[in-house]
Design a protein. Structure first.
Length: 277
């Protein structure tokens, strides 16, 4: 059964990067997966003529915005098509239109059809984080978040951030195909941030070993102002090619509040991170 990966591309007000297109193609190839690229074009509701005459040249501004979105979509999809052909990846492209306020929700809705979504979080393009949050918490599917650097692949050493939580357990389940392919799996527990059962990580490693996985447990200490940065740096010190972790967030009144580790990773991913909610 061939895995089906999804790459949503923003086109307005900022555009997804060419780097995430390249990384997605490389990642899909390394995983023998099909890649479905979807450029999300914006539609802006027309303002009634009686109102637009009181403003700037609103119809022209709307036309220019939609044209910019359309042109960026065409550029990104052409790049994806060319890269897919060069790397012999089974790749398809399509466009969907969405009203600007529904851009992120559209990405999450589209992601529900696929096994996994590929995302970027680039601090220079704020919309990439908004799309990432919408997909992680709204699609019901796992996502892999790439840092703003070239992905080399393949995933030989997988590190699981384990705290015994429901979200972590879900992430381990969703990461099953990567766990089975990896040459080495490390179960990482971070102490000093919150109470953890002493043997929880070792117990998970034992169960993975009994499943035929080359797994071991590792413990690191929380040693910075950001739990997200601490987990990622500990994973990198272990030589991780990818980090697996649960995504945590909850509603508080009208705001959606992210857990510290989730927020830290989305603020600055340092390596590919498979996140599941």
């Amino acid at each position: 059964m061939t895995a089906q990966y999804f790459l949503p591309l923003a086109t307005y007000p900022d555009s997804s990067s060419g780097l995430i297109v390249s990384n997605a193609v490389t990642f899909a190839k390394s995983c023998d997966a099909n890649l479905h690229v979807c450029a999300i074009r914006i539609e802006i509701p027309r303002i009634p003529n009686a109102w637009s005459s009181l403003l700037l040249d609103t119809p022209k501004m709307i036309e220019q915005a939609e044209m910019s979105s359309r042109d960026r979509a065409a550029t990104l999809m052409a790049a994806a098509t060319n890269l897919g052909a060069n790397e012999n990846v089974d790749l398809s492209t399509r466009e969907v239109k969405a009203n600007l306020p529904l851009l992120h929700e559209t990405a999450a809705t589209e992601a529900r059809f696929f096994d996994l979504t590929i995302l970027e979080c680039n601090s220079e393009v704020p919309d990439t984080r908004s799309i990432a949050e919408a997909v992680i918490f709204g699609s019901g599917r796992p996502a892999v978040i790439f840092p703003n650097k070239t992905f080399a692949g393949p995933i030989d050493h997988l590190v699981i951030a384990w705290d015994g939580s429901r979200a972590a357990a879900r992430a381990v389940s969703d990461a099953g195909p990567f766990i089975r392919k990896a040459r080495r799996v490390s179960v990482l527990s971070l102490t000093g941030e919150k109470p953890l059962p002493e043997t929880s990580g070792a117990h998970l490693a034992e169960i993975l070993v009994s499943s035929g996985v080359n797994a071991g447990a590792s413990v690191a200490r929380f040693a910075s102002s950001s739990i997200g940065a601490s987990i990622q740096r500990a994973a990198l010190e272990l030589g991780a090619d990818m980090l697996v972790m649960g995504g945590f967030g909850h509603s508080r009144l009208r705001d959606f509040v992210l857990g510290g580790a989730t927020d830290g990773v989305l603020e600055e991913p340092l390596l590919p991170v498979l996140m599941s909610h």
